[in-house]
Design a protein around this ligand. Structure first.
Ligand code: GUN
Ligand code: ZN
Length: 470
């Protein structure tokens, strides 16, 4: 029996998994009541791989879970903007279009300085990992060299990532816009080539992937969208990310710019950019026809509720999308969102669904689906993990702890009263586990009271990439 440290060979006690229908699958439901530390024996070191340059410490030999701890599949952040991190938690007085012009584009323009990019992106990736996304879909700026630096940082930190150079040849400022569609395409092709040269980990397929990134329809000329469509057809498996139907003014401007398209989703479809592997950010105001088209094309949705509240865009009907079988994941959308925190995004996704449930449609009151209801914990956890993995077409590799998948995981920690240090463990005073908590309660506490301090260790493909645990 050969042991491979990166994939799940078998599942033992105390592992939280989520089955494909979003139901929490408790392999054991008696995790917190025994006082003995539990050793997770899913992974063992393999000398062969250590020889290939994996440090002994970097590999998971065994994970010991203390009381109040459990293993959670790694989070997937399906939508964030690396160059906007210096803007986190500011500029929140604007709505989308003014926000882009007044605070966002000026911040992104700074990435023309590649040295600044390297320093910033190292910090961004380190911080994102600390919040638990083992996979992250990043928008870069317009700049090729800076975006290469972002891919480098993901690669060296060991994060699973999709990295895209933004395409934008109009409706920005004079100094932050690409000079021509040709320039935009050539830089995108160069980035794709570059990312493909980044060597994968010895035991796995590549962790860092290129992603075609038309910013949104407004910022791309007809010619640029056409060229991006043909680039996409040359790479039929490649992921694509963009924004859709986020804000009312944005939607009406898009309709003005593309009068021949039936609707916003139809614009991307017209150019061959709506397909399996397309990640649509926001989707707050999709019409019935658009919902059907997104489903038909098998595209996925990045639900970004914190940002949707912050820049007052709207509320996405995630229950409806899930009822229709559309793939949905969560996006922090920094810096539209306040922080790179998927836990916070879970909380805001929950609140979004609760607000929507206050005014349910007539039909949703008589159906058993999720539309118009507040989303259950299992669905919220699904969005943060396996849902996001499916949006990225990685559901065969990650998203839960099915045997044979790669080991992307968090050690979630909700220490009990007392303990070492300030409030024990990571020191979040707002949440602690109580004697006789079931795993289900513990998961709930983590999801609604937790933050980065409750994410003890982070593993990607069996390798520890972040954490404060010993
Ligand atoms: N639409 C186009 N660009 C952006 C962006 O950077 N953030 C958000 N939230 N929406 C956008
Ligand atoms: Zn965005």
């Amino acid at each position: 029996h050969t042991l491979n440290p990166t994939t799940i060979e078998y599942s033992s006690l105390s592992i939280l998994g989520i089955s494909s229908n979003g139901i929490i699958d408790f392999i054991t439901n008696n995790v917190t009541s025994d006082s003995v530390d539990r050793t997770i024996e899913t992974l063992l070191c393999d000398a062969e791989n250590m020889k290939k340059g994996w440090s002994k410490d970097g590999n998971v030999a065994r994970i010991v879970l203390k009381n109040g701890e459990f293993l959670c599949p790694g989070f997937v952040d399906t939508h964030t903007h690396a160059p906007q991190f210096p803007n986190l938690a500011r500029g929140q007085q604007y709505e989308l279009m003014d926000w882009l012009k007044c605070v966002t584009f000026p911040a992104e323009e700074r990435l023309k300085d590649t040295e600044y990019a390297s320093v910033l992106y190292k910090e961004v990736v380190r911080r994102v990992l600390a919040f638990g996304p083992t996979t992250c879909c990043y928008y870069g700026s317009l700049h090729l060299e800076a975006t290469k630096a972002l891919a480098d940082e993901c690669h060296s930190a060991g994060q699973r990532a999709f990295v895209g150079k933004c395409n934008m040849d109009r409706h920005s400022s004079e100094t932050y816009v690409e000079p021509s569609p040709l320039h935009s395409i050539q830089a995108t092709e160069a980035l794709i080539k570059y990312i493909h040269t980044l060597s994968p980990l010895p035991t796995s397929s590549p962790l860092v992937h290129p992603i075609i990134t038309p910013r949104f329809a407004i910022s791309c000329s007809d010619e640029l969208l056409k060229s991006l469509g043909s680039l996409a057809s040359k790479h039929p498996q490649m992921a694509i990310q963009t924004h859709i139907s986020e804000n009312a003014k944005e939607i009406s401007f898009t309709k003005e710019l593309f009068p021949s398209a039936p609707h916003y989703a139809g614009v991307y479809d017209m150019y061959g950019l709506l397909r399996k592997g397309t990640v649509l950010g926001h989707a707050c105001h999709l019409s019935e026809e658009e919902i059907q088209l997104v489903k038909q094309r098998d595209a996925g949705i990045a639900h970004c509720p914190t940002s949707n509240f912050n820049i007052r865009s709207g509320m996405a009907r995630v229950g409806c999308y899930l009822d229709r079988g559309i793939k949905v994941g969560l996006g922090t959308d920094c810096s539209g969102g306040y922080a790179p925190s998927i836990l916070r995004t879970i909380q805001d996704a929950c609140i979004t669904s609760k607000i929507l449930s206050l005014t349910p449609t007539i039909s949703s009151q008589f159906t058993s689906g999720l539309e118009g209801k507040h989303l259950p914990i299992s669905t919220l956890l699904h969005l943060a993990t396996l849902g996001g993995a499916s949006v990225c077409c990685l559901e065969d590799k990650i998203g839960n702890f099915v045997v044979g998948k790669e080991f992307d995981a968090l050690v979630a920690s909700v220490p009990g009263a007392g303990g070492e240090g300030r409030f024990g463990g990571g020191g979040n005073p707002g949440v602690w586990y109580q004697e006789n908590d079931t795993l289900e309660t513990l998961v709930e506490r983590f999801m609604f009271g937790g933050d980065d301090r409750n994410i003890k260790d982070v593993y990607v493909c069996g390798r520890k990439v972040s954490g404060w645990g010993q």
